[in-house]
Design a binder for this molecule. Structure first.
Ligand SMILES: CC(C)(COP(=O)(O)OP(=O)(O)OC[C@H]1O[C@@H](n2cnc3c(N)ncnc32)[C@H](O)[C@@H]1OP(=O)(O)O)[C@@H](O)C(=O)NCCC(=O)NCCS
Length: 341
């Protein structure tokens, strides 16, 4: 077995890496949205603007048997390294995972990173049972659970039309006249870029992070543009609804669902929802989410399911999601290991 860096132009290895993702999806969490080959291929070809990404594959007899994605933030959080590691289900318990994890640790250490993070599936309550392999594997290698995120899904028509309207009416009444709701697909309208950067830069200080030590990321117009360019290149369309405070002109609530530019793909992914701390308690989270759901249904009728994950302690967000019909599936355990500086 050898571990080699994946060249995005190497079609055979890229297909092999994707086959590992597909097999792991079927074996580990078949209820989840399946991986999408077109998006994966384009994602490899268009690097992230705010993280240095390196993909390694474990190859045995010409076949890809494991895959390791490493992301090193390159603007903020220069102490941090994140990874996603999977071994093909037919090749587990033979040390391939360990070899890839050692590759991750070496790569992170060489880049001076001291907080290493990776995640694994976990069973949640009475949901489908998940293998203990990831947890045991990571604990054996000195990683500790830092944060548990509960994964939920929601049919886009989970609420009856009457219940949805009632939820929206209550939110509109609570928000009053002070806020204007604005929605769009794709790129942020030019006049909102600066105020959206302000809100985006709050994200990492406002979401629960458990024992992860991350500083807020500074999002400026240039980075926002670079992220939009990458989304377009990769075929990912953000569906966005915000609330703008009329008096100040600032956007103070934002929710985004990411969809793939593929009319046959049935899944959407809830990305961020955030309300500025100074504007909480006006139901802006519910208001923007219900309006965004309606926009998604209208523009992307192919999307029947939305996926979200929330820290298990994020009571307010979970409360809104449950009202909208989200149901738990399983959980993702975020594990960390600290290296000496
Ligand atoms: C977790 C995963 C990467 C392990 O890959 P692997 O190649 O099977 O791992 P290794 O053979 O190197 O296992 C090393 C040790 O981890 C532990 N381990 C791995 N799988 C285990 C299992 N199913 N049950 C109990 N312990 C397990 C054992 O201690 C094992 O050593 P041993 O075989 O000598 O007992 C693999 O199961 C996988 O891809 N799971 C799905 C994705 C995932 O959860 N990734 C999270 C890890 S970042």
């Amino acid at each position: 077995m050898e571990i080699i860096e994946l060249d995005p132009a190497d079609g055979d290895l890229v297909s092999g890496a994707f086959d590992v993702m597909r097999a792991a999806h079927a074996a580990d969490a078949p209820e989840h949205a399946p991986p999408h080959k077109g998006v994966f291929v384009k994602w490899l070809a268009h690097p992230s603007p705010d993280a240095d990404e390196t993909i390694f594959v474990a190859v045995e007899g010409g076949t890809v048997v494991g895959k390791l994605d490493i992301g090193l933030p390159n603007r903020d959080n220069l102490h941090f390294a994140g990874a996603d590691l999977i071994v093909h289900p037919d090749h587990r318990r033979r040390g391939i995972g360990t070899a890839l994890l050692e590759q991750f640790i070496e790569h992170a250490r060489a880049a001076g990173r001291t907080e290493l993070s990776t995640a694994t599936h976990m069973t949640w309550e009475d949901g489908p049972e998940r293998s203990e392999a990831g947890r045991r594997f990571l604990e054996k290698h000195g990683f500790k659970l830092a944060l548990t995120c509960v994964i939920r899904r929601c049919a886009t028509d989970a609420m009856s039309p009457e219940a949805e309207q009632a939820l929206l009416d209550r939110a509109v009444a609570a928000a009053g006249e002070e806020y204007e709701v604005i929605s769009w697909l794709g790129r942020t309208p030019a006049e909102l870029v600066d105020t959206m950067c302000r809100l985006d830069s709050m994200i990492l200080s406002e979401i629960p992070l458990g024992d992860l030590e991350l500083e807020p990321e500074t999002i400026d117009a240039e980075l926002k543009e670079a992220k939009a360019v990458r989304n377009e290149a990769v075929g990912v369309i953000p569906v966005t609804t915000v609330a703008r405070h009329r008096a100040s002109g600032e956007v103070v609530a934002n929710t985004v669902i990411g969809v793939f530019d593929d009319p046959d793909f049935q899944h959407g992914f809830q990305w961020i929802t955030i309300v500025d701390p100074g504007h909480r308690g006006h139901r802006l989270g519910t208001l923007t989410k219900v309006v965004n759901l309606r926009l998604l249904r209208e523009q992307f009728p192919n999307v029947g399911t939305i996926w979200t994950d929330n820290a298990d302690v994020n009571a307010h967000m979970i409360d809104i999601n449950v009202k909208m019909g989200y149901e738990t599936v399983d959980a993702s355990g975020e594990y960390i290991r600290r290296l000496d500086a």
